[in-house]
Ligand binder design. Structure first.
Ligand code: SAH
Length: 270
């Protein structure tokens, strides 16, 4: 350590005791410091001191908060600790990337809240095929958006097909995911309401946009033992809920879970 480095305040006191060098309190205690300087300092410290956005501790903190909320899904937590969410949003919003909030990704769409993403994937892991295999198997994602959830699914599934209907977002997700060179992830520009027949049937199907009813293609393309998780408008029009559909040997079984708020599922491509 350089001898020229100024000692910290407690050291300065100690030094004064040993050497008799007078401390210079005005360098340490500056009660008249301009307010705007303090405000600038505060703005610089929105992250815990010493932690950059790339730090694994920032992602671990986000995961700890999701655990505290009652989500129990270790595989998704492991994936969330690896994937840098701030790289999927605009630079100006990066500072908020590890808060439990949805953020705009352009074109009127949003990246989903981490707690909702984790909860939906937790529900997928509770499907029969996923419980038997310990992974999500062949997975279809509707609504790629910026590709954050796709990057998580890539770590949890044997294969991922993800569909986006807005060309600029399809391009953005393609760019965001390029660095990983996932061989088992296929991004499709198309209308996800039709599912994606060439790779059907799917063990897991997850939708990031909600409509009035589940498209028939999704149900048709669900494997036996497979599970679908999607937001859907409650009958009677009072908001959306997460709907889970399991395909069993005996047929389809549907359950409803918590209230959510997703962007609308729309047909056609733009
Ligand atoms: N998981 C995404 C969420 C994006 S928001 C993320 O983390 O970024 C939902 C996305 O669903 C939007 O990008 C919207 O364009 C897309 N979407 C809506 N209807 C769709 C459809 N029929 N087919 C494919 N994508 C659709």
């Amino acid at each position: 350590m350089s001898a020229a480095r100024p000692p910290r305040f407690p050291l300065a006191l100690d030094q004064m005791g040993r050497t008799g060098t007078p401390a210079k309190p005005r360098e340490t205690l500056r009660p008249q410091r301009h307010l705007h300087e303090a405000a600038k300092d505060a703005a610089r410290h929105t992250l815990p001191q010493g932690l950059g956005l790339d730090s694994v501790q920032v992602r671990q903190r986000m995961v700890q908060r999701l655990r505290a909320e009652g989500i129990r899904c270790e595989p998704v937590f492991a994936a969330m600790e690896q994937v840098h969410r701030h790289l999927f949003v605009d630079t100006a919003l990066a500072i908020q990337a590890y808060e439990d909030t949805s953020l705009p990704i352009g074109h009127g769409q949003t990246i989903s809240k981490p707690s909702v993403v984790a909860r939906m994937i937790e529900l997928l892991f509770d499907g029969a095929a996923a419980r038997a295999s310990g992974h999500l198997g062949s997975t279809l994602e509707i609504g790629t958006g910026c590709g954050y959830q796709t990057a998580l699914l890539a770590r949890l599934a044997r294969r991922v097909v993800s569909i986006e209907r807005l060309r600029p977002l399809f391009d953005k997700a393609t760019a965001n995911l390029a660095a990983w060179r996932f061989d088992h992830v296929r991004l499709v520009y198309g209308d996800g309401m039709l599912g994606h027949a060439p790779n059907a049937p799917y063990d897991s199907l997850i939708a990031a946009a909600g409509g009035d009813e589940l498209p028939g293609a999704w149900l048709d393309q669900l494997a036996v033992g497979g599970r679908l998780v999607a937001p859907m408008h409650r009958s009677g029009g009072r908001g959306q809920v997460l709907v889970v559909v399991d395909r069993r040997e005996s047929g389809l079984v549907r359950t409803e879970h918590e209230s959510v708020h997703f962007v609308p599922l729309k047909s056609g491509i733009v």
